[in-house]
Structure formats: structure tokens, C-alpha cells
Design a protein around this ligand. Structure first.
Ligand SMILES: NC(=O)c1ccc[n+]([C@@H]2O[C@H](COP(=O)([O-])OP(=O)(O)OC[C@H]3O[C@@H](n4cnc5c(N)ncnc54)[C@H](OP(=O)(O)O)[C@@H]3O)[C@@H](O)[C@H]2O)c1
Length: 286
């Protein structure tokens, strides 16, 4: 099976390339933005047409959540129109399209139990709205699609868009002796890309079309997650919990966006660990 990986230098893209290299019968071909820009249909055709691909994985996104509030057009161009461009191409060429989405399609309003795949999505911020638009366009345009929603991604490559990831920011601030404030009223399940990548390849190789939640198990707040990072690493840090309001980020974020991997479990494909175990694995060697 020959698979194009879009956004291959990103943290998820890098782990997909690594994971795919060990799988027999798979050929993963990486694409960065200079070769394939999802907002430019002609670059999709140039890069992918007539090359014998069976499937495309789209990890590309504009996901600087606070900047998305200002750069609305760019958010929709990458996260919605970009997906439409890929869907049109894949439909025409008869390829499967696997697309990555987010827990931020949910509002968290009045919620204290994990969201299933069929729960109503009601995003609170521009990023979430643009990602939900991408999902809906994909569902409307092609049957052979897979949508994988995950949460709080961190990987060895670091996020290309953000230049780093949450564990590394925390470690850097602590090592510099800075006072750290972290929100304690947003509950979710951070998930390392090294654990998500194999699940994505399982879904694709088994033609498991539809929408899937794929996060680690359990739940935590960003504050408790940060504390765990310091505990695991044995680092002393001056860390204070703050509310989202005190923190004052531009974009509103869900207070609760824990996802239940119901559809993965039904397919017998839920091999994701508890979030703390996954964090320990990631921090080994950091
Ligand atoms: N990070 C999170 O916490 C999180 C949580 C839930 C879901 N997600 C979703 O997971 C996916 C992967 O996230 P990530 O953390 O791995 O992101 P990342 O490290 O920032 O990588 C994103 C990649 O997208 C590429 N890209 C951006 N705009 C593009 C365009 N117009 N055309 C082609 N490629 C473009 C970038 O390419 P260049 O490197 O060439 O610039 C980059 O390699 C995204 O869909 C995101 O929405 C992320």
C-alpha cells in the first residue's frame, strides 16, 4: 500500500513516517508544504497524480489556536478548503483520505463524561469551527474517508506550527527557574504522536472508514499534567494553577474535552495507554 503523508515534518507526520518504515507492505512517502500545499489544488495534482498512491494521510493544519481567532481566513483556507481540495482529488483518483481532527470540535459545556464520536460538536473557537468544517466537507464529499480526532498532541519532532510542545515548554521554563502558571480548569487527555501513529496506520490498512476518537486513556488538567512532567523528571518547579480567565488566552477553550475511543474499541484497535504511562515513555531521554 502506497501512502502519501502530508505535513510529514510535523510531530505527527514524523512519527507516522517512523512507524510506517517498520511495517511490511507499506510505503509511506513524505510531503512538506513546499512540495504540496493543501490550499493549492494544482500542487496536490502535481505531487500525487499518477504516482500509484492508494491513500493520503492529511496531518496539515493551521492550529495556532489563539492566532486563528485573528487569522480567520487562513484558518479556513488550510483547515477547511484544504481538506475540500484533498477530498476532491482523492474522490477523482479513487484514493482513501485519512484526515486528523481535534477535541476542540466540542464545547465542553455541562460535560463531565467523555465525548463519543456521535456526540454533537459545538466548537468554541475559530480553530475548532474551521476543523469541524473540514470534517463535514470530507463526510459530504467522499465515502472512503477516515477522520481521527485526537487531543493535546506532543511528539519528539515538536510541533512545526508552534515550534515546540507542552512538555518541552514546561521543562524549559523550569530549567530556567521561571515561575510557571498553568490552567487548571481545562480537562482533556494529552496524547503522544508516537502512540497515535500506529493506530492511524491500523485504521488505514484495514479500510476502517468513519470517524474515530483516538486519545490516551484517563483525563487530566494541564496543571496536573505539568506537575506530572516535573515529578517524573525529578525537577523542582515553581508552578501555580490559574483559571482560563486569569490566564487570558485570546481563544476560548473547552473546560472538558475528554474523548472516548468507542469506535476504536469496537474494532479491537484501541491500544492506547493511560496518559501517565505515555508521558513517562515520552520523557525517557528528554
Ligand atoms: N498539536 C495538537 O495539540 C493537536 C491536538 C489535536 C489535533 N491536532 C491535529 O493533528 C494534526 C497534526 O498536528 P501536529 O501537532 O503534528 O502539527 P505540526 O507539528 O504543527 O505539523 C503540521 C504540519 O502541517 C503542515 N502544513 C501546514 N499548512 C500546510 C499547508 N497549507 N499545506 C501543506 N502542509 C501544511 C506543516 O508543514 P511545514 O512543516 O512544511 O510547514 C507541518 O509539517 C493537525 O491536523 C492538528 O489539527 C493537533
Amino acid at each position: 500500500m502506497k501512502i502519501a503523508v502530508i505535513g510529514a515534518k510535523g510531530q505527527l507526520g514524523s512519527d507516522l513516517m517512523k512507524t510506517g518504515a517498520d511495517r511490511e507492505g507499506l510505503e509511506l512517502v513524505p510531503f512538506g508544504r513546499p512540495e504540496l500545499d493543501v490550499t493549492r489544488p494544482e500542487s496536490i495534482v502535481e505531487s500525487l497524480s499518477g504516482k500509484g498512491f492508494n491513500a493520503v494521510i492529511n496531518t496539515a493544519a493551521y492550529h495556532q489556536v489563539d492566532l486563528c481567532e485573528i487569522e480567520i481566513e487562513k484558518s479556513f483556507q488550510v483547515n477547511a478548503a484544504g481538506v475540500a481540495n484533498l477530498a476532491d482529488f482523492c474522490q477523482r483518483e479513487d484514493l482513501t483520505l485519512l484526515h486528523i481532527s481535534t477535541d476542540f470540535v466540542f464545547s465542553g459545556f455541562g460535560r463531565n463524561e467523555p465525548y463519543g464520536e456521535d456526540d454533537e460538536a459545538r466548537p468554541l473557537n475559530v480553530y475548532g469551527v474551521s476543523k469541524l468544517a473540514g470534517e463535514q466537507i470530507l463526510r459530504n464529499r467522499m465515502r472512503r474517508h477516515i477522520i481521527v480526532r485526537s487531543c493535546g498532541l506532543y511528539g519528539k519532532a515538536g510541533s512545526r506550527e508552534k515550534g515546540t510542545n507542552f512538555p518541552r515548554i514546561m521543562l524549559k521554563l523550569a530549567r530556567e527557574g521561571k515561575a510557571i502558571k498553568v490552567v487548571s480548569d481545562q480537562t482533556c487527555t494529552p496524547t503522544p504522536t508516537a502512540r497515535l501513529a500506529p493506530i492511524i496506520l491500523d485504521l488505514l490498512t484495514r479500510n476502517q472508514y468513519g470517524t474515530y476518537h483516538a486519545t490516551c486513556h484517563g483525563e487530566t488538567t494541564w496543571y496536573a499534567f505539568a506537575r506530572s512532567i516535573f515529578e517524573i523528571m525529578g525537577i523542582k518547579a515553581e508552578i501555580t494553577p490559574v483559571s482560563s480567565q486569569e490566564y487570558g488566552a485570546r481563544a476560548r477553550r473547552p473546560a472538558y474535552s475528554v474523548l472516548a475511543n468507542n469506535n476504536l474499541e469496537r474494532q479491537g484497535l484501541d491500544r492506547l495507554p493511560y496518559w501517565m504511562q505515555a508521558l513517562e515513555e515520552f520523557l525517557d531521554g528528554e
